[in-house]
Design a protein around this ligand. Sequence first.
Ligand code: IMP
Length: 197
Amino acid sequence: MKFVLASQNRHKLEEMQSILSAHGVQVALEADLGLQVDVEETGETFAENAMLKAKAVMEASGLPAIADDSGVCVDALNGAPGVYSARYGGPELDDAARYRLLLNNMRGARTRAAHFTSAIACVFPNGDTIEAEGICPGTIAFAPQGTGGFGYDPVFFLPELRKTYAQLTPEEKAAVSHRGKALAVFEGKLKDYLNRG
Ligand code: IMP
């Protein structure tokens, strides 16, 4: 069964494909199908944005579409960057400039508590939908550490592991991450859906 991932992000594809291939599900990026669907992320929640993206890409491709909307919510910043994580500081910033801006904005913060959320939505051509969500609590490090992953990984610190996301192997990250947890929930729901009568 072929699904399309409503994203241009190859890191997300890799994190999803490794889990979903166990169910005979093949995932392709929009770009791999010659598609680039621009979706305005106008939702107020990760779940709303994931559903908007998945619906638009299902309609454009005619294939079951999966979307992940994710981001980091920082307590001392009242939940920012949240759903604006990808756009924090403006479109001209790259990943490193975005996490540096986050570190600057946290100078003198009374708490460094934060969590990542991943909302996954899947829309089938017949209109059926599956939704799942995962959360990973952590803290914002004082300085970047590690070279793995993407986005805010070098500054998202897991106190129990004493490492940032960027210091974990892909397998270690998947075992604890927001996306790994959301995918585990999604995997269960997808299995039920594919096996139903
Ligand atoms: P989205 O593509 O709209 O879901 O944007 C999510 C943004 O949140 C990404 O561009 C990253 O900046 C950040 N993000 C989401 N998941 C992760 C992750 O696993 N590690 C680091 N940053 C992430």
